[in-house]
Design a protein around this ligand. Structure first.
Ligand SMILES: NC(=O)c1ccc[n+]([C@@H]2O[C@H](COP(=O)([O-])OP(=O)(O)OC[C@H]3O[C@@H](n4cnc5c(N)ncnc54)[C@H](O)[C@@H]3O)[C@@H](O)[C@H]2O)c1
Length: 356
């Protein structure tokens, strides 16, 4: 453990900040020392909700970056602000955790990778799904040979409705409707980042991506990029797909976004199912393995908040141990490239081939 806890400054205290705060509030290796949001009333309300009512609140990002008590910044802003704020945070000498997607396009990503790799402090692109306990369990089983060689990954994002979902303010949806703020659609590009990260995590970089991305108007006049079907091919005759379908009358259980996520990985000798993510369909087991005529169910923790807790804990440990974080800026670029290839494929109506 570091002698002094890392001083953490959270930039952007919107919807998702509640889940980022959890581990920083609990881990003796870190301490939240300042919050920054242009909506200071909201930041103060978060501070009270997190039990740190006296924490400093700034309304200006540069003032937060100038604070000597802030060692690490957690950047939780709309996507068009990711690159400029991350670069300014590097100039200010901070350790950085930058929410996915790292930025809007590959030109921006290249600037960020170059800056991150010459920065003398750690830079993490925050991705949580690969730290979700059922995903960690699936990875452990695959690494132990449970399904033989993984040959295909099938991922499903299924937004629905839920009486127990958390409130998402209209402001958090509004910027996601603007391409120049969000960089792409809310389901394929924004939430989709997690799904491309999962595909990359289990199968590596794709060599071909082909996408159909539809559009549906939902309550409040919001447009979502569903239904969508994105298929990919990986080196070695391995394949995968991401299907996104909106089920407006399907009720599901969640404390977060009203969405179910499912993953099925087929190997040369068996199949693994990861059920759930943001939410759950009933009491499906979080992880199921089929092998040699036998079904084995694994009851690991499956609250979605665990993915944030473990991703943040991983970063605090990596900083302490001098190890690179997951995702590095270069890994974040690979996931972004995957997502952008899907957008490009749908736009141009053709398969996109990616070099190694
Ligand atoms: N990992 C996940 O599963 C996950 C889930 C949701 C959101 N996210 C990511 O988190 C980030 C934030 O998303 P959100 O849903 O919390 O959005 P949000 O709109 O709720 O929060 C963004 C906050 O940034 C503040 N802000 C905007 N411009 C600012 C500026 N110039 N100076 C200071 N504050 C400013 C806003 O006032 C708002 O409070 C995005 O990158 C999003 O993709 C990740």
């Amino acid at each position: 453990m570091t002698a002094n806890p890392l001083g953490v400054g959270i930039i952007g205290t919107g919807r998702i900040s509640d889940l980022h705060a959890l581990e920083y509030l609990a881990n003796p290796g870190a301490r939240i020392v300042a919050l920054c949001d242009r909506d200071t009333g909201q930041a103060q309300a978060r501070a009270r909700g997190w039990g740190i009512p006296d924490v400093a609140v700034e309304d200006d990002i540069d003032r937060l970056l100038a604070r000597p008590d802030v060692d690490l910044v957690e950047i939780l802003l709309p996507h068009h602000l990711h690159l400029p704020v991350a670069l300014r945070a590097m100039d200010a000498g901070k350790i950085i955790s930058l929410q996915k997607p790292m930025c809007l396009d590959l030109a921006e990503a290249d600037r960020l990778v170059e800056a991150a790799e010459s920065h003398d402090r750690p830079v993490k692109i925050f991705e949580n799904f690969i730290f979700y306990p059922p995903v960690l369990k699936a990875r452990e089983l695959i690494d132990a040979g449970a399904i033989g060689t993984p040959l295909s990954i099938r991922i499903k994002s299924n937004p629905a409705r839920s009486a127990t979902a958390w409130d998402v303010p209209a402001s958090a949806n509004a910027w996601r409707q603007e391409r120049d703020h969000a960089g792409g659609g809310p389901l394929v590009f924004d939430d989709g980042h997690h799904k491309f990260a999962l595909a990359w995590h289990f199968m590596g970089d794709p060599e071909e991506v082909h996408a159909f991305i539809g559009e549906t108007e939902v309550a409040g006049g919001m447009r979502i990029d569903a239904p969508a079907m994105i298929s990919f091919r990986f080196p070695g005759n391995r394949i995968g797909n991401l299907e996104i379908v909106h089920s407006p009358e399907m009720e599901l259980a969640t404390r977060y976004y009203a969405q179910d996520d499912r993953v099925e990985i087929t190997g040369s000798a068996g199949v693994i199912f990861v059920n759930g993510g943001h939410g759950r369909l009933g009491t499906t087991p979080p992880v199921t393995l089929y092998r040699d005529g036998t079904i084995t169910q694994y009851d690991v923790a499956s609250g979605w908040e665990q993915s944030f807790i473990l991703s943040t804990r991983h970063f605090i440990d990596a900083i302490r141990d001098g190890r690179p974080p997951v995702l590095t800026a270069r890994q974040g670029r690979q996931v972004l490239r995957f997502a952008l290839a899907a957008e490009q494929s749908a736009r141009e109506g053709r398969a996109i081939r990616l070099s190694a």
